[in-house]
Design a protein around this ligand. Structure first.
Ligand code: SAH
Length: 598
């Protein structure tokens, strides 16, 4: 079974492909069920052309969708002509190193054609899909055809020392030479590689650095774990200097033992030190995951004590330097980093934008894709979908914000990747401030919370989305006000309204009215009318970016609170806000506030 870190997307264009798609899906669904020890194993979904056929995920344009999947490294199984797939992906094909597997499969399941991603296991996928469909895959890779395996695509946990060298090696084999195998390479046992003990060529599986010998294909098992204590990089002047120093110490100790940097499987630290940004940065420099263990290496305790606490397999301690705070462990086989300690938890607070997918920033989409747990008000969690079956949703009522923020930290400090969703921008009358308040108030009782990798991703706020539809009413100085007196006294709202009106600021009203707050909007409008003239322009945007959204322009004199509900954004113009007809039949207008005063 191909070991994919990202679930493949099965892409179909019409209902005729649905049966075949479901059969292929069952191959990869079984795959993730079998990996039950990985609760976050990705699920394989069927992506269907909107309006033609319904499945798990809808897309609107095949070319754009395939490019998007490809750019994210998602393996693609497209149930359509190979030519269509090639044409769609043509602009993306410059970099051979990072391409995901891409296959074309005939709608009726009669042909399976691996197209791209030879180094990412496309042939393995072609074989398993073909087996499920009871056909022969159209494998065209010569080495693979001859030897029954792609020598240059070792399984997960193993890395080729040098791809250029690998290609020469395979062409020597194709030219008729045999090879020895040195080291443990169980995946090569059942292949048709021409083997001979006396061969000039050798496949060497070793954590040691390649010595440059042309007749050896060196494959590194990721079998080394580096542990660091607080002593590592302790004298550095900044977190990034510290990260560089930690990475340098580790590289030096690897070099001292002639170990290849590619043999490193993970960086291990005590969870007591995870608030230290340098650790995550050092792991990123070394291109390995950061893993954490609960055990503290007390002051002066050797870093090897972390290895002892976290490693569940036999290993040798090669290096243990309490002064530099670095220890190295070498296991006899590749180590799955997921089995070492636990991950550093993440909490990302995102804004979905006003509603439509195009107005969600890509960083928010990425965070959602990577999330194991999603929290938020039910309506927003639904808007964030479709989510995968393996993603846990913790929906709640809108009012329990602090409780939800604390819950997010609890989950993240267990090592999960948590996303908290808000609509619009998370920092505008939404969850980001609640999350920071929870951290500010409670971190002293829960030290693990400070260790969570916390990020806030901005979004398109309702005022921006409504303003853009109307034109540019926020084109000059403006303010955003929430008219809700749930969390602040009404007197403060009145004071701010009066000052904002006198300052001639354009005003964007959030939470303008609700069943529990029926009179406040009228009161607010009365205050504004004392200062601003009745012909001041007002924009009402309701459900902007959502189905059935509407936009209306009227004057302050005409505005009635019955025109407004809690799904409405009210933008009250300044003395300079103006409008003009677009010249279209429907009489619609652009509203804008000029950048100047005369
Ligand atoms: N964080 C959100 C605002 C939350 S407060 C943001 O940045 O947009 C909720 C208020 O926002 C609603 O009462 C309404 O006034 C406004 N709002 C949110 N989404 C909206 C939309 N799609 N259309 C119009 N107004 C919206």
């Amino acid at each position: 079974m191909a070991r994919l870190t990202t679930a493949p997307a099965i892409v179909i264009l019409g209902a005729g492909a649905l049966d075949t798609a479901r059969r292929i899906q069952s191959v990869y669904v079984q795959n993730s069920a079998a990996g039950a020890e990985h609760p976050a194993a990705p699920a394989c979904q069927i992506h269907a052309l909107q309006g033609r056929v319904e499945a798990d995920v809808a897309y609107t344009e095949l070319g754009a969708h395939l490019c998007d999947l490809y750019a994210r490294g998602t393996p693609i199984i497209a149930l359509c002509a190979a030519g269509i797939v090639i044409r769609c992906l043509a602009p993306m094909l410059s970099n051979k190193g990072v391409e995901p597997p891409v296959l074309a499969v005939a709608e009726d399941g009669s042909a399976v054609v691996p197209l791209l991603g030879g180094l990412a296991g496309v042939n393995v996928m072609a074989r398993e899909i073909a087996a499920a469909l009871a056909v022969t895959p159209a494998i065209t890779t010569s080495g693979e055809l001859r030897f029954g395996t792609c020598v240059l695509n070792p399984p997960d946990g193993y890395t080729l020392a040098d791809i250029g060298q690998g290609k020469r090696f395979v062409s020597d084999l194709l030219a008729g030479e045999s090879t020895r195998i040195e080291g443990h390479a169980p995946w090569l046992d059942d292949t048709r590689l021409p083997r001979s003990e006396s061969a000039r060529l050798a496949i060497r599986v070793t954590p040691c650095v390649w010595d440059g010998r042309e007749d050896e294909l060196v494959i590194h098992p990721r079998s080394v774990v580096a542990a660091v204590t607080a002593a590592a990089g302790a004298d550095a002047s900044s977190p990034s200097a510290k990260a560089t120093q930690i990475a340098a110490h580790i590289r030096e100790s690897l070099a001292a033992h002639r170990l290849a940097p590619l043999s490193l499987a993970a960086l291990l630290a005590s969870s007591a030190h995870t608030s230290d940004a340098a650790l995550a940065e050092a792991a990123a420099i070394l291109k390995v995951p950061l893993r954490l263990t609960q055990t503290r290496a007390e002051d002066g305790a050797p870093p090897a004590s972390l290895l002892h606490a976290a490693l569940r397999m036999p290993y040798d301690t090669l290096h243990d330097d309490p002064q530099k705070g670095v220890a190295l462990a070498l296991a006899s086989l590749a180590i799955d980093p997921d089995t070492i300690g636990r991950a550093r938890g993440r909490l990302t607070v995102i804004g979905l934008g006003p509603g439509s997918a195009e107005l969600m920033v890509p960083a928010a989409r990425t965070a959602l894709n990577e999330a194991t747990d999603i929290l938020g008000y039910d309506t927003y969690v639904k808007m964030a979908g479709p989510l995968r079956a393996d993603q846990r949703v913790h929906g709640t009522d809108n009012r329990e914000e602090m409780q939800r923020a604390r819950h997010a930290f609890e989950l993240a400090s267990e090592g999960r990747s948590v996303v908290m969703v808000s609509s619009g921008d998370p920092g505008v009358f939404a969850m980001a401030a609640a999350v920071l308040e929870a951290l500010d108030d409670d971190a002293s009782q829960h030290p693990a919370w400070s260790a969570v990798d916390l990020n806030i991703v901005p979004g398109v706020s309702a005022a921006m989305a409504a303003a853009a539809q109307a034109g540019a009413p926020l084109g000059h100085d403006f303010c955003m006000l929430s008219l809700s007196d749930n969390l602040k006294p009404w007197s403060i709202i009145e004071k701010r309204l009066r000052h904002a009106a006198e300052a001639d600021l354009v005003m964007a009203f959030y939470n303008p009215i609700s069943r529990a707050r029926p009179w406040q909007l009228d009161k607010a409008l009365d205050l504004v009318r004392e200062v601003r003239s009745a012909d001041t322009l007002v924009v009402l945007g309701r459900d902007i970016g959502r189905p059935g959204g509407t936009l209306r322009t009227l004057t302050l004199g005409e505005l009635r609170s019955s025109d407004v509900d809690m799904r409405t954004m009210v933008i009250v113009g300044s003395s300079t806000t103006r409008k003009f007809g677009k010249g279209t039949q429907d009489g619609s207008e652009w509203v804008y506030t000029p950048r100047w005063y005369r």
